[in-house]
Ligand binder design. Sequence first.
Ligand SMILES: [Fe+2]
Length: 288
Amino acid sequence: MQLEDHIGDILRKMQSIFNIDKRAMIAAAGLEESEWAGWIKSGTLSGEAFVRVKWVELGNLIGVQGQRLKAIAEGWQPAQVNFEDWPGLVWIQNSEKETSLKESELNFVNSYLLWSSDNQEAVLFDPGWQATKTLDFLQKNNLKLSRILLTHAHRDHVNAKPVFERLFPEVSFFDHSSFKNLSSVPPQKFGSFSIRPCLAPGHSPDHVVYRVSGFSGNPDSALIVGDCLFSGSLGFPFYSKERLLDTLRKQILCLPPNTLLCPGHGPLTTLQEELDHNPFTTNKLLKC
Ligand SMILES: [Fe+2]
């Protein structure tokens, strides 16, 4: 599946997050202003302009590896996750509109279910735009929803919340306000799983990430990372770029490399993949 951000989105975010002068970026890339504007908007350049891009110079100006930018522009994607290694974890992509002729109009968001065969109950991370696919899974597998955990309250992540609350009135609900003023929150137990919430501001002031461990036969953890990081990119720092960088350094990039990252948009990935390929992670401001 496509990455959440194309190369134009990534360059626009880098300009903002690392405070780089736009004209200097255009000059370093060796492009005309009109070519740059089109590239940032659509992520595509004509073949002739693409071969002119000075990736190394552009990367050096930003403080990232230019070859990684080029790899993303040429279609790099993370290796597909084998869900057999993560028993109980379900990835549910859902979209604002149920159907559209153009995939680009669908505006996808990721919801995740964690279910336990011990008690036939499930935890939902981010209700998302639409409840239909999640409800289908719960019904087909005879599961009862017992908890909803929110990464943050942006509309695409919470739109379907009232549907679940109506259908599962006893559901417990957790968001940033459940964890406020706690510097160290004890993990929640759910069947054989352990879920550790962690405040992670930057994309929004209320953002929480959840580290899940206890997968059968797998010593590694999964991190429900919301909109802090996308494969190949980062979430936009709508609240604070400094806080986002701090969150990434302290809560995400320092975790064990085999950690599975479950973002709010785009494909799942691992921390190792992002350390090896995500251009942002080569900037000195993101070193742990
Ligand atoms: Fe968001």
